[in-house]
Design a protein around this ligand. Structure first.
Ligand code: NJP
Length: 245
């Protein structure tokens, strides 16, 4: 059980070095929460923490972490608990999409998406769930509009995000009285996400849509709301779409 005051939660976050993860980390610290922020790019995490900690009132600690490295995930969770006294919220946000035609894709790219978006999320959940059971905590998964629909040139990404939504629902069912589960399913968000796509024709075609997508700060606000909702009710899943007006 976390030793935090009721209003200040301890949050374990992956993929915090950019986009939705970075925006969430900043907003959560600005609202008094204590964030254990992880990603592979430690320089970015350190810059983020410097900025967030100078504004407070919450606190950010950082650790370099590749979500595919299970012992490293165990180490990060142990360090988070040692630093902050427990874990109240886990956000397995690290993820990527490499868009391509099913007939032309690299098998390695498919495996990378499955590894990070499914196995990485599973590893984060597996190492943190005992702490969430202890704190009667919350998992906030980052799904996608691709969790329910399949879009052209992103079939494997869609398959991985279907899995993320299924995992959130599985937590809701199996751990009903112990751990709450919210899955946030955004459409296009203006982050570095699309830059993983190697097919330059597809990249040119998709980039403008992501550029006019939602601000990552809007997704971060829904993360904060999910945490603030505890005690009132649980939003099991929520879909967020860009306002193109
Ligand atoms: O993208 P980006 P987003 N180990 O590229 C990290 C979902 N989503 O914020 O390790 C650890 O800015 C990477 O960190 P680093 C999407 O599927 C997005 O948009 O330093 N971390 C970075 O912090 C994903 O689940 C859109 O490179 C790893 C982060 O992941 C989530 O939103 C729409 C890692 C990616 O940040 C955040 O993506 C949608 C690894 N092996 C869902 N590999 C959208 N943007 O439109 C990557 O429906 N990361």
């Amino acid at each position: 059980m976390s030793t935090s005051p009721l209003s200040s939660k301890v949050i374990f976050l992956t993929g915090a070095s950019s986009g939705i993860g970075a925006a969430s980390a900043k907003l959560l610290v600005a609202n008094g929460h204590r964030v254990y922020a992880t990603a592979r790019r430690l320089d970015r995490l350190e810059a983020l923490a410097l900025q967030a900690n100078s504004n407070g009132p919450g606190e950010m600690k950082v650790q370099a972490l590749d979500v595919l490295d299970v012992p490293a995930q165990q180490d990060a969770v142990r360090n988070c608990v040692a630093a902050f006294g427990g874990i109240d919220v886990v956000i397995p946000n690290a993820g990527l999409g490499i868009f391509s035609n099913m007939g032309e894709a690299d098998l390695d790219d498919w495996f990378t998406m499955v590894d990070v978006n499914i196995k990485g999320v599973l590893a984060t959940l597996h190492v943190s769930l005992p702490h969430l059971v202890a704190s009667k905590g919350l998992v906030i998964n980052i799904g996608s509009v691709a969790s329910r629909n399949v879009f052209p040139f992103s079939g494997v990404y869609c398959a991985t995000k279907h899995a993320v939504l299924a995992l959130g629902e599985a937590i809701r069912q199996d751990l009903r009285t112990q751990v709450a589960s919210t899955t946030i399913c955004p459409g296009a968000v203006n982050t570095d996400f699309i830059e993983q796509t190697k097919d330059t024709e597809l990249l040119d075609q998709y980039r403008p849509n992501f550029k006019k997508g939602m601000h990552p700060e809007f997704i971060a606000e829904q993360v904060l709301l999910a945490i603030q909702n505890r005690g009132k009710g649980i939003v099991s899943d929520i879909t967020l779409r860009p306002d193109f007006i």
